[in-house]
Unconditional design. Structure first.
Length: 191
């Protein structure tokens, strides 16, 4: 199982360009769809947690899947598997960087890869929104975050995604606390 985890995430790391968000679609396809190692709900939860913790999203997702399958050793195997291809490729490119970027077909390939990465990220976002529970609060928070991000892009405002995450968490916690206090009051308990 450890070798399977390593090889699966090595393949994901080797053939997925564009970073963590582009890898989420591949991780979902393999780990949720094919191998059934985690559920879609697990993937959504770990993506949210991985986004709000230090480190790349794909590495955090790989670590979670590995841990869920085989504990600490599984987490290490999956993490090494997803990190090693990028490390090797960047090491090789750094040895020949000047000559590598002068090759016309390499420059053209990277232009195409940028477009594909954008499409992969949009695809992941659409799939996550489709599978998101139909609760008004979640949809309202998402809509506000999207509007703020669009306005920040249009008007070149400097707004950190961390600020948006913290604001969304604060609103969710405030609504949860308010709902819990109301519920406790209805049940006759002290809040």
């Amino acid at each position: 199982m450890l070798l399977t985890l390593f090889l699966t995430f090595f393949r994901i790391g080797l053939f997925t360009f564009g970073g963590g968000y582009a890898m989420i679609a591949v991780i979902e396809n393999i780990c949720v769809g094919q191998k059934k190692w985690i559920t879609h709900e697990d993937l959504m939860n770990v993506t949210v947690i991985a986004e709000s913790t230090p480190g790349p999203v794909a590495i955090n997702c790989a670590t979670f899947v590995g841990y869920k399958q085989k504990g600490i050793l599984g987490a290490i195997a999956a993490t090494l598997g997803v990190v090693l291809p990028s490390f090797i490729i960047i090491w090789l490119i750094s040895m020949f960087l000047d000559r590598f970027l002068e090759i016309a077909w390499v420059a053209s390939a990277f232009k195409g890869i940028r477009i594909a990465v954008g499409i992969l990220i949009i695809d992941v976002g659409i799939r996550m929104v489709k599978k998101m529970p139909k609760e008004p609060l979640r949809w309202a928070i998402m809509a506000c975050a999207v509007i703020v991000m669009l306005l920040a892009s249009i008007f070149a405002w400097k707004i950190s995604t961390i600020t948006l995450l913290l604001a969304a968490a604060a609103v969710s916690l405030a609504v949860f606390a308010l709902f819990e206090n109301k519920q406790a009051g209805k049940d006759g308990e002290q809040p």
